[in-house]
Design a protein around this ligand. Structure first.
Ligand code: 4AD
Ligand code: MG
Length: 477
């Protein structure tokens, strides 16, 4: 046992009868006798039993929700209900006081909106403790999955000189004085004098670089921050989010689907096995929140059962054309309940995606074979000359969680695509060269890490699964 064990270690090892030192933050203080503390290592709290007569009035007053304390004493079996150990305190120190009239996190239900404004302190709540412990375990699961399968982790650049992927609006990176930038003779901002001597942006994806590496190292994956400047204020979009992008030489679209399905199931299973108590807590939380909602908006299955269902059942696989047929034949469509038009060629709207996964299939769905015109230039053209080897994975409650494709490896096709999409070839010369020198079939996808965390935790807003969300008009903390 370390000199100062965490509460998790105490519950795991239960060193009954030994002297221990515990440090943490006060949750509650009852009857001038029982303090519950948390130290973030686990959702469990430890009860510390003090003798009132051993402490002066002043000190007792300082034992308030949010205060930081250290307690030394004997660890004993607890007689109280709902806990198996407690600390009989012999020495209590107030490390950091917390004024109860000012500390915003009270032992009552706060709205998520309120807690977002207190993002510096929301870690102290049970909900956010669970979410961020799970976030850690999922990140670890991602690396484990790929490492166990012989993938190499690739650190793709965050500042990029290419704006060709077209995955989203980009943030500019510059060191020029925006009030007074250098100008060329004809009055334009002279970007040749900028830090990199050319315009640069924050990356929207590491895919193109991952492709270069895959065509040498075979199997790679990136796991890094990506940035999109769309002004989309939804519960599923962030301006800064983390993405995992595997890329595999010699994989076709079917291998790609298999990999993505296995990967998602692995991550969810990992959370079920390693985050049980946090998931149980979040499940109960969700059930309580559901009681406040209209019946139609409630979850059809409890959280853990939903996750088990996903790990135990194959994902549905359909083509885009089949998806359109299902939508056109639905009662929903016939009763004119879709806001957006349905016909072959449309970009599926989130109401369409939700209908397919939540109403029709009620499980994760992989859609392939999208019209070429609505997907990125690098996706491989199918035999029909109309559709590309794209795949989106949609899950209930979230919608799109993964987007990917088999890549166009044929130089002539790729050049033609660049022309169609107005992408200057000299911006992408390095990408095109991989098709010139030893090109081969390859495929990959991108998983939005926060969307995965939403799915696993049942949290309804993406702002509540990243420590400090970046969204339009908001970059506090
Ligand atoms: O579908 P997207 O745009 O695909 C790509 O960026 C490809 N380069 C991936 C690849 O093939 N390597 O994004 C991939 C995933 C989406 O399915 C979604 O889960 C997530 O990234 N995502 C976002 N998550 C949060 N906020 C946003 N603004 C997001 N945009 C995409
Ligand atoms: Mg997408």
């Amino acid at each position: 046992m370390p000199k100062h064990p965490s509460i998790l270690e105490l519950f795991n090892d239960k060193p009954i009868g030994t002297n221990v030192l515990v440090k943490g933050w006060v949750r509650t203080f009852r009857n001038d006798q029982f303090i519950t503390v948390t130290d973030g290592s686990t959702i469990k709290t430890l009860q510390i039993v003090i003798k009132k007569e051993e402490h002066d009035e002043e000190k007792l007053k300082k034992i308030q929700t949010g205060a930081c304390i250290s307690a030394k004493g004997l660890l004993e079996k607890s007689l109280g209900k709902g806990q198996d150990i407690e600390l009989i305190c012999e020495e209590l120190v107030i490390l950091g006081e917390s004024d109860p009239n000012e500390f915003p996190i009270q032992m009552k239900r706060h709205t998520m909106e309120f807690l977002r404004e207190k993002a510096h302190l929301r870690f102290r709540t049970n909900t956010f403790g669970s979410v961020f412990r799970i976030r850690h375990h999922l990140a670890f699961a991602v690396h484990k999955f790929f490492n166990d399968r012989g993938f190499f982790n690739l650190h793709s650049p965050i500042i990029t000189g290419s704006d060709a992927e077209g995955a989203g609006e980009m943030f500019k990176v510059t060191t020029l004085d925006i009030q007074n930038p250098p100008r060329t003779e004809n009055g334009e901002v002279d970007l040749s004098q900028d830090f990199f001597g050319k315009p640069t942006n924050l990356t929207v994806s590491g895919q193109l670089e991952a492709e270069l590496a895959a065509l040498a190292l075979g199997k790679v994956y990136t796991f890094g921050p990506t940035f999109r400047a769309e002004n989309s204020n939804t519960s599923r979009h962030l301006a800064e989010f983390w993405m995992i992008e595997p890329e595999v030489a010699f994989n076709d679209i079917f291998d790609n689907m298999d990999l993505a399905e296995e990967f998602l199931q692995f991550c969810i299973k990992y959370a079920l096995e390693n985050c049980r108590e946090d998931l149980e807590f979040l499940q109960e939380r969700e059930a309580n929140e559901d009681k406040l909602k209209p019946v139609d908006d409630r979850q059809s299955m409890p959280l853990i059962q939903r996750l088990e269902f996903v790990t135990n059942n194959k994902f549905e696989r359909i083509t885009y054309s089949e998806a359109i047929d299902i939508l056109l034949n639905s009662n929903h469509y016939k009763k004119k309940k879709f806001k957006f038009n349905v016909e072959w060629g449309i970009d599926l709207q989130s109401e369409h995606e939700r209908y397919l996964v939540e109403k029709h299939f009620q499980k994760p769905v992989i859609i392939t074979g999208y019209p070429a015109a609505i997907k990125a230039f690098y996706m491989r053209m199918n035999e029909d000359g109309k559709t590309v080897a794209a795949m989106d994975i949609l899950v209930p409650g979230i919608g799109e969680i993964i987007g990917g494709s088999q890549r166009e490896e044929r130089l002539e096709n790729l050049i033609a695509k660049c022309e169609q999409f107005n992408i200057p070839q000299d911006h992408l010369w390095w990408y095109l060269e991989t098709r010139k020198f030893g090109t081969c079939e390859h495929a990959g996808f991108g998983l939005g890490f926060e969307r995965l965390i939403m799915y696993v935790t049942g949290m309804q807003n993406i702002r509540d699964v990243i420590p400090f969300p970046r969204t339009p008009q908001n970059a506090e903390f």
